[in-house]
Design a binder for this molecule. Structure first.
Ligand code: UDP
Ligand code: MG
Length: 340
């Protein structure tokens, strides 16, 4: 049953919380406990989907012991496919009237789900949490994220909300639309904005990680930003063409000057350093732009190969007694996005 919008203020929705987890053996139990504590205040119908993104520690084993206690469906990947893919997979197993995505490391306060529920009742289809603590971050992250958002808003027709991550509520309509997207290079921040729907941001300050360290190194963050830029904008290609055109005009004008000079004013000009310097410059620019073309081609190649973005090795569901409806059938069959 899908809850119609006018029924939201009084509805008792089925809520699914989706948690991607990679090497979170020390955090996941506490996180699940916090989540289920708040879920019990929100609705009588709820479940949790944990996607174990190929953890090398005992995350899956820990979750397995909690499957019945916290109504958890555990989806185990065959290896680490990355958070973006873990989220995509988790959404496919979520059967709630809305889905809330949260990190496994305890940085996302479960209590914020209550505010998200309020906003959903008011009629919003997507409620995303917006970080308020950016000023305290390292200057690399601060300036990097500023540059990223500036570039995205200048070059892409979709508006990605600043400082909003994966911590968000998504109505069934949004989830169905996300699941219907076939692309493999999934940059979720961009995809959330691309699907649209009535959205609102609510402020939050991330808590400190319970244990361990973030899986996102500087290099990984740069790679993610680059995926975002190349998935949602053709600005690098346009810049290459523009620079190429400007250089070609300059080169043509300079060539004309040299020819006129040689024909009418001087016998012959040695000009060796000029030739070498300009050759090196143009060769460098050409290589750079071939590289950028290659980046896009690589993405096209990736899509054309048609490999699945992740492989699910195993799914553990709660026992029938705990969640009869859930154990009996797999994830609910989804309508195509167009019908949503
Ligand atoms: N995560 C994941 N796969 C990965 C890396 C991270 O599923 O390859 C999960 C991780 O377990 C956590 C969330 O994504 O639940 C956010 O990761 P992390 O805390 O490392 O990143 P940060 O908080 O710095 O964004
Ligand atoms: Mg974290």
């Amino acid at each position: 049953m899908t809850i119609i919008d006018s029924a939201r203020p009084t509805a008792q929705p089925h809520i699914t919380v989706m948690v991607p987890a990679y090497n979170e053996e020390k955090n996941i139990a506490k996180t699940l406990q916090n989540i289920s504590g708040v879920l019990q205040q929100m609705s009588p119908h709820w479940d949790i989907v944990v996607v174990d993104d190929g953890s090398r520690d005992n995350t899956a084993q820990v979750v397995q012991t909690l499957v019945d206690i916290h109504h958890v469906t555990l989806v185990k990947f065959s290896r680490n496919f990355g958070k973006e893919n873990a989220i995509s997979a988790g959404l496919g197993y979520a059967k709630g009237d809305f889905v809330i995505c949260m990190d496994a490391d305890g940085q996302h306060a479960s209590e914020l789900m209550l505010t998200m529920l309020e906003k959903w009742r008011e009629g919003y289809d997507m409620v995303y949490a917006v970080r308020q603590d950016r000023e305290q971050e390292s200057s690399f992250k601060l300036w990097g994220s500023r540059a990223f958002y500036r570039m995205m808003s200048a070059s892409s027709h979709i508006e990605i909300p600043r400082d909003a991550g994966d911590f968000r509520l998504m109505d069934r309509k949004v989830v169905d639309a996300l699941c219907a997207l076939p692309e493999r290079n999934r940059f979720m921040k961009g995809i959330y904005a691309w699907v649209g729907y009535k959205s609102i941001g609510i402020p939050y300050t991330p808590l400190p990680r319970l244990h361990g360290e973030s899986a996102y190194s500087k290099l990984k963050l740069i790679a993610l930003a680059w995926t975002g830029i190349t998935s949602f904008s053709v600005l690098p290609l346009r810049l290459s063409s523009l620079t190429g055109a400007i250089l070609a005009i300059i080169a043509f004008a300079y060539g004309a000057v040299v020819v006129i000079d040689a024909l009418f004013f001087h016998e012959s000009v040695p000009g060796w350093p000029t030739v070498v310097a300009s050759m090196m410059f143009f060769a460098g620019v050409q290589l750079l732009f071939i590289g950028i073309l290659g980046e896009y081609l690589a993405r096209v190649y990736d899509e054309v190969k048609g490999r699945p973005p992740f492989i699910v090795a195993d799914v553990v569901r709660p026992a029938v007694a705990a969640q009869p409806e859930q154990a009996a059938k797999p994830a609910r069959r989804r309508k195509p996005a167009a019908e949503a």
